[in-house]
Structures are given as C-alpha cells and as structure tokens.
Design a protein around this ligand. Sequence first.
Ligand SMILES: Cc1cc2nc3c(=O)[nH]c(=O)nc-3n(C[C@H](O)[C@H](O)[C@H](O)COP(=O)(O)O)c2cc1C
Ligand code: SF4
Ligand code: SF4
Length: 299
Amino acid sequence: MHLAHGLRKGEQMDTRIYYFSATGNCLSVAKRIAHGIDADIVSIAKEMQNDRVRIEARRIGIVFPAYLTSVMGLPLIVERFCRSIDYREDMRIFAVCTCGGYPFANAFVPLEKLKKLICKCGGQLDAAYSVRMPMNNLDYEHIPVPISKDIPKIIERANRKTDRIGRRILSGRGTRFVLLKWLTCRLVSGIYLAFRRQTMDVLAKMAKLDADVSQPAERLVPLTDRSIVVREHCIGCGTCASVCPVQNIAMQNGRPVYRHHCEMCFACDEWCPVGAIQHWSRADGIKYHYPDVQVSDLL
Ligand SMILES: Cc1cc2nc3c(=O)[nH]c(=O)nc-3n(C[C@H](O)[C@H](O)[C@H](O)COP(=O)(O)O)c2cc1C
Ligand code: SF4
Ligand code: SF4
C-alpha cells in the first residue's frame, strides 16, 4: 500500500528538519518532531551561511514562525532559504508554522504563501501544519501577552499538537481539512487587506522612513533595527551579537552596533541578560523565550 508521501507502509525515509527560531519556539517544535520521526535538525540561519543549500535527504521539514501575517507571513530568511533549495522530484516537503495567535488567523496565510513560493521555485509542499505557541512579539493588542501562568498551558497544548503532527508525518498522511483551511485563508487574507496599510506604516516608522514612501516589507524590515535602542546599563557581554541569526550586530567598544540587515526576529532584545535592548514599542521589561531553550542552543 502506498501512502501520501509515496512510501510503502513501514518504509523509512531519511528526514532533515530545517528551522528558524529566535526565541526557541520553533526550535522546540523542530526537536520534538525530529525525536518522534527520527530526523535530524539544522538551523536555517546556519545553512544560509553556506554558498548553496545542498539537501541530500528525501524528506525535508521547514519549521518557521509567523511574522506579521497581514503583510509578510514568513521571515525574510525563510523565503530566501526556500528560494535557494535545489528541488528534486523525489523530494517530499512538510512545513510547520508556529504562531502566537490562533492558527486559523495567523498560520494558514503564511503556510499558503510558503506553498506558493515552493511551487514557484519548482518544488511541492506536501503537508502543512500549525502550532500555537507563546507569543514572542508583544506589540499585538489583539493577542494576549503571555503572562507566566499561561505559558505552561500553551506549551502543554502545543506539545500534544506537535506529537500528533509527528504521527501524521510518520504515517504519511498529509494535511487535514485542506479545503476548509484554504477557504479560511482566503477569508482571513481579505480581512488583512484592511490592516495592511496600518502595519506598513508602523514598519516604515520603525525603519525611520517617511510613512508615505511606499516600500515593500522586504526593504523596510532590514532597516527596522534603526529604532532599536541600547540603554546605558548594557554590560557589553555580546550575547545580542551571538544570538543574532544574521550577524546584524557588531560589538564596537563594548557596545552593540546594528548593521541594518535585520530580520526583526527580536532575539537580541529577548536574550539580553540585563534587558538593555528596547525594540520597537514593545512593553518594556517583558521578555520571553521558550523555557527549556538556552542561549547556547541557538548559537
Ligand atoms: C516580528 C514578529 C512578528 C510576528 N507576527 C506574528 C503574527 O502576525 N501573528 C502571530 O500569531 N504571531 C506573530 N509573531 C509571534 C511568533 O510567530 C511566535 O511567537 C513564534 O512561535 C516565535 O517563534 P520562535 O520562538 O521560534 O522565534 C511574531 C513574532 C515576531 C518576532
Ligand atoms: S546582550 Fe545586552 S548587555 Fe549584552 S552586549 Fe547586548 S545589549 Fe549589552
Ligand atoms: S538585530 Fe536583533 S532583531 Fe535584528 S535579526 Fe539580529 S537578533 Fe534579530
């Protein structure tokens, strides 16, 4: 009997999971799935330091966070990664989007965008899944800030969902409720059109460009580090520079200096041990990272 991924029942497939993670949510999901399906995991940020993305594995997974669903959906680095893959006909691909809000409103659109992107580049996304995780971007008024008592509950639910995803991948069964998800995605995309302008203005302000200048998000996001403030009490430890997935921070005279090719991932802000980095208009002093992930796991 053939399964959805073209395997015979009981047949093993070598699998590699690529993840992008700033605060550890995607890393934890990637690790959990990898453990369940016997795969290895590789950081997209690390892989993108090579000239070319060479993938030997027959099945690959892409685990990524939703970023500004109303205007972007995917982190820019994940888009670049997908564009640089040499897709093969026998390659099977699944994706998992983690998000801080409810998946129907926050993950379906990024997954659809990823599907189209992979298709445009000559590949095919065979299965798409979503997991709700604690929100690491505190600027959303409509998504509750994860206060400490909520985090264990969200993570417990996320773990159960991640285990179910692992079992579906292993059994070769694809995405559930495809038509319903596609319809939801169309509806949500339509609603987001109304918010698009507002979010683009915020991005332009962060990039310190005139809000009237209509630049695409790909131009604005790298410049958003212009609105990052490093406070006096910085101790010059260099953690921000080490965790930055795209080496956007140089340490000069014991202080971080931003180089304007930012991914807007918030890793520097969230991992600074003394809370010296203030990003955007985020609630001061409230930091999040996945409880079991350490700085060293992200390096
Ligand atoms: C710049 C930015 C934008 C985000 N936008 C959204 C969003 O539109 N919807 C949502 O549900 N979560 C959003 N999030 C939250 C992340 O998708 C979520 O917390 C994710 O699990 C973080 O993964 P990580 O810890 O692996 O980086 C955003 C996070 C960042 C940093
Ligand atoms: S992580 Fe914080 S304290 Fe350390 S160098 Fe960066 S801003 Fe300064
Ligand atoms: S500078 Fe900070 S927000 Fe920008 S990519 Fe690096 S860690 Fe992320």
